[in-house]
Write a protein of this length. Structure first.
Length: 488
């Protein structure tokens, strides 16, 4: 154990900090107690030998994370507007995300800057009448009524879901008008998102445009409910959430462009770092893109500093960034799916690839099958816990979809790159990419429409688990079985 501490001290310390941040979701610690204990542990660590010093520093960092996570949760749980429930007032607010059209209204996230003449800053959820929706980044002057989020209904608890995002009230908007647009870094993100959204599907409409925007921006609001259901049932819904593949392609495109132009590698790495930051700003604070963005940025910095990067360290730093900002993120399904999939890629994919070496599969197909099987196995318990469903055809669905995923992303980024110089070329690339989107939809509808695509009943799940255990017991002979040539 001591050798592990000596060989991987940064992973130990990062893991301790991450564990402390996550612990705030269970019990919150008081500031005074935490400061005293951290000071004592820090002093003891400085006077100790190396192995004991690492242990004490790890415990101290865990307490720092626990204290910080508790403070962040206390801040997220504060809401001045909860005292104004069922009252109406005039407000000024900023739309902080894309609007989503529902059956009866339009929802959008916002931050209230001024409420009935009082200056504050509180995130809220808006519900507007169906029709024209305000764009992301718009500053609105509106007449609203403050209401509480809905409780559990039809398997969804809006109140708990919003509270974990720091949102405690829903504003019903009666009348509104746009009075400006936000500036600063948020304004840059709004501009980048509008440009990317307007170029990746230029000239396309319907489900093709919606799928392209979903894959590139992680936004599925343009898809019909039927198509969203097919993507979920087929196990392809993860393609509509921005992941590490998107970030890797953005960074790789910047490096490739630098190489083609003969630019030094150092400048190319700086360009890749800027591209990653811009893409993360454009897409927004999704757990998967933050994790991938942090890993990609640290990888670029490690190359610039001529330092080796460790994948476990990058993963832990991504978790620390997310949990330090909002420890409730640990309970988010997107966070759990993202990190469970990465852990499966680290731990299970090499074993699955070795197992598949005896089968008549090509190298690329073997990798796709291994990744799909590993990620499907790791995320199945999370899917059952949150959505009471398990997808059974994830492996064949992803194997069928794999040939178009990378070309789709590449063509979308190419269209975004050439759009400012040649709208016609961007439209031609988007038209070509529309066929990739159509193929993806065809796979989702074909696989997701099969009766055995997913199971949603507990009885079926128990039967499946029993069959899997029997198959595993048959395929893996016990170690105590005597050999075929027993000694006499």
């Amino acid at each position: 154990m001591s050798e592990w501490w000596v060989r991987y001290p940064s992973q130990l310390l990062a893991g301790s900090l991450c564990l402390g941040l996550a612990s705030a979701n269970v019990v919150r610690v008081q500031t005074a107690l935490a400061v005293v204990v951290i000071a004592l542990l820090g002093g003891a660590a400085m006077a100790s030998r190396r192995h004991r010093r690492l242990t004490l520093l790890a415990v101290a960092l865990g307490l720092v994370g626990w204290w910080w996570g508790s403070a962040r949760l206390d801040a997220l749980d504060r809401s001045p507007l909860t005292s104004r429930l069922d009252t109406a007032a005039r407000v000024r607010m900023i739309i902080t995300g894309p609007a989503r059209r529902g059956r009866y209204d339009v929802g959008a996230p916002a931050v209230v800057m001024r409420f009935d003449g009082r200056t504050l800053r509180e995130p809220v959820q808006l519900k507007l009448p169906r029709g024209r929706a305000p764009p992301q980044g718009a500053i609105l002057d509106a007449l609203v009524r403050v209401t509480a989020p809905r409780g559990p209904k039809n398997g969804f608890d809006e109140r708990t879901w919003l509270r974990r995002k720091g949102v405690h009230v829903v504003l019903l908007v009666d009348r509104w008008r746009i009075s400006g647009r936000r500036g600063g870094l948020g304004g840059v993100a709004d501009t980048l998102r509008a440009q990317l959204q307007g170029s990746v599907a230029r000239g396309l409409t319907g489900y093709r445009a919606a799928v392209l925007e979903g894959v590139v921006l992680g936004e599925d609001s343009g898809l019909s409910e039927e198509l969203r259901h097919r993507f979920r049932a087929s196990g392809l819904y993860h393609l509509l959430a921005v992941s590490g593949q998107n970030v890797a392609l953005v960074a790789g495109s910047a490096l490739l462009l630098a190489w083609l132009l003969g630019i030094p590698r150092v400048v190319g790495q700086l360009g890749a770092l800027a591209a990653i930051c811009g893409y993360v700003l454009t897409v927004g604070a999704q757990p998967s893109v933050i994790r991938a963005g942090v890993a990609g940025a640290l990888g670029c910095l490690a190359w610039l500093a001529a330092r080796a990067s460790d994948r476990w360290h990058l993963l832990l730093v991504g978790a620390i960034v997310l949990l330090a900002w909002n420890p409730y993120t640990l309970l988010d399904a997107g966070f759990q799916f993202s990190f469970a999939a990465v852990l499966a890629i680290f731990l299970l994919v090499p074993r699955f690839r070795r197992f598949l070496e005896g089968y008549p599969l090509g190298g690329s197909l073997r990798l796709v099958v291994a990744i799909s099987a590993a990620c499907g196995l790791a995320t199945a318990p999370i899917a059952w816990f949150h959505f009471h469903s398990v997808q059974l055809l994830t492996v064949p669905a992803n194997a069928l979809a794999a040939p178009v995923v990378a070309p789709l992303l590449a063509l979308a980024l190419a269209a975004a790159a050439v759009a400012p110089f040649s709208p016609g070329a961007a439209a031609a690339l988007a038209w070509l990419n529309g066929w990739c989107a159509a193929y993806l939809v065809a796979v989702a509808r074909l696989v997701g429409g099969l009766p055995i695509a997913q199971i949603r009943s507990t009885r079926s799940l128990l039967v499946l688990l029993a069959g899997a255990l029997l198959a595993a017991a048959y395929a893996c002979p016990p170690r105590w079985r005597q050999s075929s040539n027993p000694s006499t």
